[in-house]
Design a protein around this ligand. Sequence first.
Ligand SMILES: *Cc1c(COP(=O)(O)O)cnc(C)c1O
Length: 465
Amino acid sequence: MHWDEFAEWGAKISEWAADYHKTLAEKPVRAQTKPGEIAAQMPAAPPDGPEGMATILDDFERIAMPGITHWQHPRFFAYFPANAAPPSMLAEFLVTTIAAQCMLWQTSPAATEIEGVMIDWLRQAMDLPESFTGVIQDSASSATLSAVLTMREKATGYSGNREGLNAKGNLRIYCSGGVHSSIDRACWVAGIGQENLVKIPTHGSRFAMDTDALQAAITADRAAGHVPAGVIGSTGGTGIGASDDLTGIIEVAKREGLYTHLDAAWAGSAMICPEFRADFWNGVEGFDSIVFNPHKWMGAQFDCSVQFLRDPAPQQNTLKIEPEFLRTSGSPVTNYSEWTIPLGRRFRALKIWFLIRAYGLDGLRARIRNHVAWAEELCEVIRGMDGFEIVTDPILSLFTFRCPGDDDRQQRLVDALNDDGRIYLTQGAHEGRKVIRFSVGQFDTTRDHVMMAGDVIAEVHSTLA
Ligand SMILES: *Cc1c(COP(=O)(O)O)cnc(C)c1O
């Protein structure tokens, strides 16, 4: 393809993109295709000769589009949102165009320096102390894995990477039962093992880790000859929004000399609003590592995960590897690939820069405040519906409910709603029972979209056999 042709197709695709977003609300939210239906429409073998762009794009519309679940649909209330505010999409377009691999400062100084400034803008927006720096990663899973590896290396005097873990004893990591599965997986792949991830019981209306039980578990583990390595806190867990008492965790961790990581992948974005900090952010400054995903509630195009670090040295000591071909000469610079597991890095800071400037923090705050208020409003509507039960009250913009009937009935309602297509919800589990999750956070969602969900739930429920 020549660049003149590229410009022509690029313009066509931009127009298609704007139309797509303008007409999105008319489409069913979740893809309505059956397993295998998309693949069955494709040739089994790759073409030997070239095909025209017009044919390729036609097939994209015909074959791929019916199999898309529309995450940018304003009535997407499933999981947590993965947003893509238009200015952040434009930034990604530029990043794709430049296609620089930004592993070292010198492989694109602008990427490294803008990343440093964006980390600091977000640090201020979220009211973290000036001493915090950070790095942009692809996902919260990667940031959490980096933190767990750091816990492991710190607890073994930085000898695990060199010697392996064979003679290190049982390294123990502590978290509540309300955390995201990425924490379990980080412990699997870091060589800690599921059995050494100690799940502490929760209490209270936000399902916070019981910090007395945390202290007791650590004491018992030391007595048993285990090696406590770190504590992972949660602000806004995925199931029901479980949020820990951060001050309480830090008190115990400080006393025990343990490294701490906070998973605020979803709820972190809401901390740009000062009014939520008293309930969710007190004590955050004591954590060694904090992760939140601007690609979720804040509006940056996926993927974009920020890991704040109180002191980057422990993580660098864990992950930095510097063969001769990666050495840089001249004055000292930041090479962010020394802070993360992958070497190669995309220029992810640009979309944060575009996003924050295009809306201002006030524009981003207004959306989050509205989402919280509308979730609370809808929660009351569902509470008043005949036989319906609110299982967990809104934690920020997430609540869970049940319709009348057993677990099977909950799943049948979720499936019927998603087949209907006007809204998209997912199920979860809480205290051994199936619940239906409702989470507000798509960038273009309005109050009408949220309130319509109440009508759709009532209507679809009334048609269940
Ligand atoms: C979404 C989420 C994660 C996982 O995020 P990825 O970026 O997809 O790895 C982890 N923890 C919480 C609380 C989340 O909401």
